[in-house]
Structure formats: C-alpha cells, structure tokens
Design a protein around this ligand. Sequence first.
Ligand code: URA
Length: 241
Amino acid sequence: MNKKERLDKVLANMGYGSRKDVKKIIKEGRVEINQKIIVKNDYKIDPYKDEIKFDGQEIFYRKYIYIMMNKPKDVVSSTDDPVNRTVLELLDEEYLIFNPFPAGRLDKDTEGLLILTNDGKLAHELLSPKKGVDKTYYVEVDGYVDEKHKKIFKEGIVLDDGYKTLPAKLEIIESNYISKVELTIKEGKFHQVKRMFQALDMEVTYLKRISMGPINLDKSLGLGEYRELDDKEIKRLKEKN
Ligand code: URA
C-alpha cells in the first residue's frame, strides 16, 4: 500500500507552485479528489491511487520524469540562455511543471539523444566520469577514416590540451573522402568527439548521439520530438547505475 500524503505536499511536489501557492489553489476549490472538491490542504490522499483533478483536468502523480528527445540543431541543451532557444522550450507545459533538466550536454550543432529528467541522482550517475557510461555517436567526418583508425581510437587520442582520451570504439560505416562512422566513448569532455577527430586532422561535419548507456534514440522521433521513457527503459537505466 502506498503512503498517504498531504494534498498540498503532493501538488507542490508536482510543480503546481510553492506550498503557499498550492494552499491558495486548494482554498479556491480548484482541486478535486475522487470527484469531490477538497478545500483542506492537509487532506490525506494516496497520490498513486486517488483520482486528482486540477481545474477539472485529471493529473497523474509521479515524482520523477524521464524524457528522451531527438535534439535538433540550433537549440542549446541548457535550461536557460539569453540568446538561443533551449531544449526546454520544446517541451509542453505538462512536462515543464516537473522541472526537468538535460542530463548532459550536446553542442548547439549536434543532434540526437538527450535525456531530460528531474531525477538528480540518476542524472549525476549517468554523467559521472567514474561510471563511464557509454555514449555512441554517428559521425560524418571530412577525411578518410579506415581500419587503422580503430586502433588509434582504442589506444586513446591526445587532445589539443594534452589530455589523453580513454579507449574509444570506432565502427566504420563508410570510408570515403567524407567518412561515416560510429564512435563510442565513455567520457564527456567539452567537444570531445570533434576534438578527437581534429587531433587526427579531420573535421566533424555532422554529429548525432544515438545512444547513452542502455537507452537508444527512438528512430521514430523526428528532430525536436520527444517522448517519455517507457517502464522498461527506466528500469534498464536504473539497473545500469
Ligand atoms: N562531442 C562533441 O564534440 N560534441 C557533442 O555535442 C557531443 C560530443
């Protein structure tokens, strides 16, 4: 059985305002529990079982939210930015009330998988250098990438600041003047993928993250589209950590 909780606490946890704000909302008669208007803010409910309506709209309680987004170019993966559009601006209000933030960054011109959550512990673990979560990128490179580069990436590459990267796995899709590869790294240094190729005198012309730990970018998501992770994905993400 789930624990019963105070109505004002549940609504505040869900992002409907501060404890003071939600007390006012409750007093105004805008909240229904099991089809009855409740005006007492210490009214006890089981947020997972009782039907909760706010302004006549049913709301579904959960503490954490986990979203995968196919980040488009020209949108920045920070929570606010004075100039650029942020990934949060792509989310609907029903998700924003949970205060999600991006777990990790992608450059402004990088596309692909971005996980947004309000679960700070999970985000921290996903990004912790100690955990070394795999991140796989599809990369198009101005340069001829061939078999010999697999060893070079595996042995680590010295970046412009002298840092030697951990072993990375290179898979070649197409060797040509513009090569197509997949690169899996366990770190997340600033502009890492671009700098790894730069160190080999090659320029990344297109970059897209296709997986992070056990989560693969859903191919049905167009650029700028997103969906919540399903239960299996959340379980895999938590198990991995
Ligand atoms: N490496 C980069 O260079 N850019 C990204 O956005 C992600 C990894």
